[in-house]
Design a protein around this ligand. Structure first.
Ligand SMILES: N[C@@H](CCC(=O)N[C@@H](CS)C(=O)NCC(=O)O)C(=O)O
Length: 213
């Protein structure tokens, strides 16, 4: 049994979608991320960063295993359930590109969103926060333009092969506040996100996050 600690519209969306895709039993535990609400000591024991998502896997070597970091959870689940075909096998020629895109999305694109959403963490001068957000938006559009180019052949990040990379990208594309012009400008991204969002499992996740089109 899996237990996913989540919050609507957060970085828990991708692991939640992967759980839906693989069809394994899981339960959701909601974490209140409202400003000023501290994380409980129990949650901080699971994830000392106090962020979501966190996955608890029961029954691994007689005790529960805890994993945090959204991309790590997605890759762990995809490998644990190969029948869902969300990740190319280790000896598949596409495995390298799969790692590349998961790492790029999580370590290049996602941090630019965090810069936008938490500008106060990047300055001690409150007056600087609009400039930080503007810079984050510029950076986001540069990165999305690169992804859009890479998707030209597509329709997925691995070409014809749908994978957890597309789920991760779809999650980040739903965070539209800093980049409202994303789909108008990046048609290949829009096409890929449309295909991913049309999958019944992804749609079920989006409904729970109040993010269905
Ligand atoms: N690198 C982490 C980032 C997670 C993250 O920043 N989650 C946000 C929600 S999208 C969060 O928990 N924010 C609350 C906070 O930072 O206090 C991951 O990918 O899991």
């Amino acid at each position: 049994m899996y237990r996913l600690y989540w919050s609507p519209g957060s970085a828990a969306m991708a692991p939640h979608a992967v759980l839906e895709e693989i069809g394994a039993p899981y339960i959701l535990e909601r974490i209140d991320l409202s400003p000023g609400v501290p994380r409980s000591p129990d949650y901080l024991k699971l994830n000392p960063n106090g962020k979501v998502p966190t996955l608890v896997v029961d029954g691994v070597v007689d005790e529960s295993q805890v994993i945090y970091e959204s991309a790590a959870i997605c890759m762990y689940l995809a490998d644990r359930h190969p029948e869902a075909r969300l990740a190319p096998a280790v000896d598949d020629p596409l495995r390298g590109a799969y790692y590349q895109w998961m790492a790029y999305l999580a370590s290049t694109l996602q941090p630019a969103y965090l810069l936008y959403y938490y500008p106060e963490r990047h300055t001690i001068d409150e007056a600087q926060t609009p400039a930080i957000q503007a810079r984050a938006t510029d950076e986001l559009m540069i990165i999305w333009d690169r992804i859009n180019q890479a998707l030209a052949a597509g329709p997925y990040l691995l070409g014809e092969r749908f994978s957890a990379c597309d789920i991760y990208m779809q999650m980040l594309a739903t965070w539209q506040d800093p980049v409202p012009q994303l789909y108008a400008r990046c048609h290949n991204v829009k096409r890929c996100v449309g295909l991913v969002g049309a999958r019944p499992a992804i749609h079920r996740m989006l409904v729970q996050h109040d993010a269905a089109a």
